[in-house]
Write a protein that binds this ligand. Structure first.
Ligand code: ADP
Ligand code: MG
Length: 470
């Protein structure tokens, strides 16, 4: 059975994994009219464009992911509002013919409530793009972002008065969009008289092209130049878009002259925007440029705790530490690991409070390649295993004794350490009573040569490897 919660969780999960772009989500998916009935999903789109866009861009990935989680065959039906109207008209006509008064009344009422014009459906407000969660309060400060967060807050408190523009750059999933929208959310709450415009640069480009085509350049110009605060996300996408870049240049100039605040985010510093026109690149550096870098371990744990707090979920600290230890470069990935756990528990009705670390590892096993510490083979495990096999003591193996059978066992142990651990020859040498790294190299060569001819030795080594790795 499919239900709204599962559908929403899956879509959130896809957005968090960047498999569905966040801007696209707001335009095409956020307000979709979706109905669920047992194993059937019925979607009613505002118009044919929306329906076709859904089928070409989102249907496959959503269906695939739903199946992965639900393992149930689901049937999908797509209609446009017009098609629904048509269907209703014909059924109401049929009821008229049937001459049943009650049916007629109901059909008319439904017709009315579903008739929203296409224009209305597309007339979205900029604010729709803002994620209510992206606030300063929900932004965890660490060494990696403290300067950026302080500058952003300053700008939000006194737009246009200090650092103009504020240019924020950093890698994917490190919080640039979050901090940019935090400025927007702050101003909306605290300075609601100011006109703010938050948008992704691709939307800027789309609107620009649309206005050109429809000869609406004046209203496009007015929209941007009348704003008090312009927040543009991912400006790197302006590269090689010459006409849009020109438009952007003029927009920048007029806002700058009028002391209106601008904040930009980007995946690289201004100097690396090689395909930007020199004069545009230059302007990017007129204000303050700040970088966000990947968070350290403590900050990663704090971010996960904050997310749990926001989601009002209690997740075992051990699980949070496990995720923080394994996901280092992107906060989005950190978040998506947690979302996967939450979605999994919701879907399979598991009480998240009592989820164990082992269960979490199982849920996340495809999410990232984690190092399972319980499976790491230690040098001492190998020495113990070899000593046991050759019925000598670990002490003998580590000693300087030159007796032939002890030397041979020692060489085998050294060889296994090279094969089964990531330790360097120097580290292995130290674990064998301070032997030189050349001794280890020599021992390994000796054993690999011996194995070629000595069938019994090969089998015995293979068995030890099997025992140590199982
Ligand atoms: P970017 O725009 O740099 O690619 P995002 O702003 O989209 O990254 O951040 C990815 C996710 O990580 C978002 O859900 C965001 O809320 C979260 N995030 C990033 N940095 C922080 C932080 N310092 N505190 C809390 N959440 C964060
Ligand atoms: Mg972003």
């Amino acid at each position: 059975m499919i239900e709204k919660k599962i559908w929403d969780d899956i879509i959130q999960y896809l957005v968090s994994k960047d498999l569905i772009n966040e801007v696209a989500y707001h335009i095409w998916l956020k307000d979709l009219d979706v109905k669920f009935d047992e194993n059937k999903v019925t979607i009613t789109f505002a118009n044919t464009i929306a329906k076709e866009k859904f089928i070409s861009s989102f249907a496959d990935i959503i269906k695939k992911t739903l199946y992965e989680f639900n393992k149930e065959e689901i049937f999908y039906e797509y209609f446009t509002k017009d098609e629904v109207e048509e269907k209703k008209k014909s059924s109401s006509k049929k009821s008229k013919e049937d001459n049943t008064e009650s049916n007629k009344g109901k059909a008319n009422k439904e017709n009315k409530s579903t008739s929203i014009s296409n224009q209305e459906a597309y007339n979205f407000n900029q604010i729709n793009y803002l994620n209510q969660r992206y606030t300063f309060d929900n932004f965890v400060i660490g060494k990696n972002n403290q300067f950026c967060a302080a500058a952003a807050l300053r700008v939000a408190q006194a737009p246009g008065q200090h650092m103009n523009p504020l240019f924020i750059y950093g890698g994917v999933g490190l919080g640039k969009t979050h901090i940019l929208q935090a400025i927007a959310n702050y101003i909306l709450t605290n300075k609601s008289n100011l006109k703010i415009l938050y948008m992704h640069v691709e939307q800027f480009i789309d609107e620009f092209i649309h206005s050109l085509k429809n000869e609406q350049m004046n209203s496009f110009r007015m929209k941007f130049r009348n704003t008090d605060v312009l927040l543009l996300d991912d400006v790197q996408y302006l590269e090689q878009k010459d006409a849009s870049m020109e438009m952007f240049f003029h927009t920048f100039n007029s806002l700058y002259q009028a002391q209106k605040q601008m904040v930009f985010t980007c995946d690289k510093p201004p100097k690396d925007l090689k395909d930007f026109e020199e004069r545009v690149r230059n302007r990017m550096e007129w204000g303050l440029t700040v970088q966000i870098t990947p968070p350290d371990y403590e900050t990663r744990v704090a971010i996960l705790q904050k997310m749990c707090e926001y989601e009002q979920r209690n997740v075992d600290e051990k699980i949070l530490h496990f995720i923080a230890k394994n996901v280092k470069s992107s906060i989005r990935e950190l978040e998506s690991a947690l979302i996967k756990i939450i979605a999994y528990c919701d879907i399979f009705k598991i009480d998240i409070n009592s989820l164990t670390l082992e269960q979490a590892k199982e849920i996340l096993k495809d999410q990232f390649k984690y190092i399972d510490e319980t499976k790491i083979i230690q040098i001492d495990d190998i020495i113990r295993k070899v000593a046991e096999t050759f019925k000598i003591s670990s002490y003998d193996i580590k000693s300087k004794k030159r007796n032939a059978s002890i030397s041979r066992a020692r060489n085998i142990a050294m060889y296994l350490c090279r094969e089964l651990t990531s330790a360097s020859t120097t580290e292995i040498g130290l674990s064998f009573g301070g032997k030189d790294h050349t001794t280890i190299i020599h021992a390994c060569k000796k054993i690999s040569d011996l194995i070629k001819d000595d069938e019994l030795l090969r089998i015995s080594i293979e068995e030890m490897i099997k025992d140590l790795t199982s």
